[in-house]
Design a binder for this molecule. Structure first.
Ligand code: SF4
Length: 347
């Protein structure tokens, strides 16, 4: 392998390369290796709207600093939703459209490659690491359907895959790539340590909401009751927060689990019923759909189960939607009421 800062053979200025950076170990290593081979690397991170956790942008920017590469952050959420609604290659074990997702992301990287005048794109994909999107046929399909072909390079498994554009140009030799395959992360961790890349979070499938069973259950319910095409980015965002209960085809209740979630749910009030407790500490709840008066009362009693109101006594609940508002008295649900489990989505 060439050393850091090497001059690429036969090239006066280093060709530019786009490296997809997720913030995880594999994409960081692919980026670092490409850089060590002497290329001028620009990191690219795509925000789909389905990433888990806060502060992802900061994590990726900090990683870019550690690697010494500039990073472009691109919000692709609105273009990504059609992929979640109807993936051509289907879903994985939850609602994760991994193959379509990879094709989409690499396609976006191709657009940035053109904008930046870059020569090729690198990703951290490893042959055989993920059953749905990283077997040999899937890797070839992503290269083909993204339109990148041999300009899509997977440096971590490059020796095991087909020839690439930079090899054809004589910029690198085949043995400059690595031959990592499979699910073990041992070699990657050793390399990260050897190259001084610092600590990485454990990639146990915990980075994508679409992989989570609870979230997937809520998405399926929303597809069924609201319709795939009608679901907006806001609807998908609301599926992240609170406890969700499907009362009927026309009514769903979302109950905040803590102060932070209550504050977030307040932002989803437009066009929905907002339930609150003016006289006792309690959650904020949102009711979606077209609930009947009886369903609104049920929703209020259900939300009251998570308030500090005494179980036996009536409690006041404020119902508000746009300009309408009223207050009603309800008896909180008994926590052992079997309907609670029946209605709950995905927990
Ligand atoms: S786990 Fe999520 S982000 Fe990763 S490829 Fe699959 S759908 Fe895309």
């Amino acid at each position: 392998m060439l050393a850091a800062g090497s001059i690429i053979r036969g090239v006066a200025t280093s060709p530019r390369v786009i490296a997809l950076l997720s913030g995880g170990l594999d994409s960081a290593l692919a980026c670092a290796l490409t850089q060590r081979l002497g290329f001028d690397v620009v990191g690219l991170n795509l925000a789909t709207g389905f990433c888990v956790g806060q502060g992802r942008c900061e994590t990726v920017l900090a990683l870019g600093q550690r690697l010494g590469v500039p990073v472009r952050l691109l919000d692709v959420a609105s273009d990504y939703i059609p992929i979640v609604r109807a993936p051509k290659h289907g879903y994985g074990s939850a609602m994760n459209p991994c193959l379509d997702c990879r094709i989409f992301m690499v396609g976006k990287a191709r657009e940035v490659m053109r904008e930046e005048g870059a020569a090729f794109v690198v990703t951290g994909e490893v042959l055989g690491q993920r059953p749905m999107s990283q077997h040999r046929r899937a890797l070839d399909l992503v290269a083909e359907e993204s339109g990148l072909g041999e300009r899509l390079v997977r440096p971590l498994s490059g020796r095991l895959l087909g020839p690439t554009f930079p090899e054809r140009m004589g910029w690198v030799r085949r043995q400059d790539w690595l031959d990592i395959q499979g699910r073990s992360r041992k070699r990657q961790l050793a390399l990260a340590q050897a190259w001084g890349l610092g600590e990485f979070r454990q990639p146990s499938g915990g980075c994508c909401l679409l992989l989570e069973k609870t979230y997937a259950c809520r998405v399926r319910d929303a597809f069924r009751h609201k319709g795939k095409e009608a679901l907006t980015a806001e609807d998908f965002a609301l599926l992240r927060y609170g406890r969700h209960f499907r009362l009927s085809p026309a009514a769903k209740v979302v109950v905040g689990r803590d102060e932070q979630e209550n504050a977030v749910l307040g932002g989803f009030a437009h066009g929905r019923w907002l339930l609150s407790f003016p006289e006792v500490p309690g959650p904020l709840a949102v009711v979606e759909g077209n609930p009947s008066p009886e369903e609104l009362e049920l929703a209020a009693a259900l939300a009251a189960r998570y308030s500090d109101a005494p179980r036996e006594g009536p409690v006041k609940v404020r119902l508000a939607r746009n300009d309408e508002a009223e207050e009603i008295m309800v008896i909180p649900f008994d926590p052992a009421d079997p309907r609670i489990k029946l209605w709950m989505l995905g927990e």
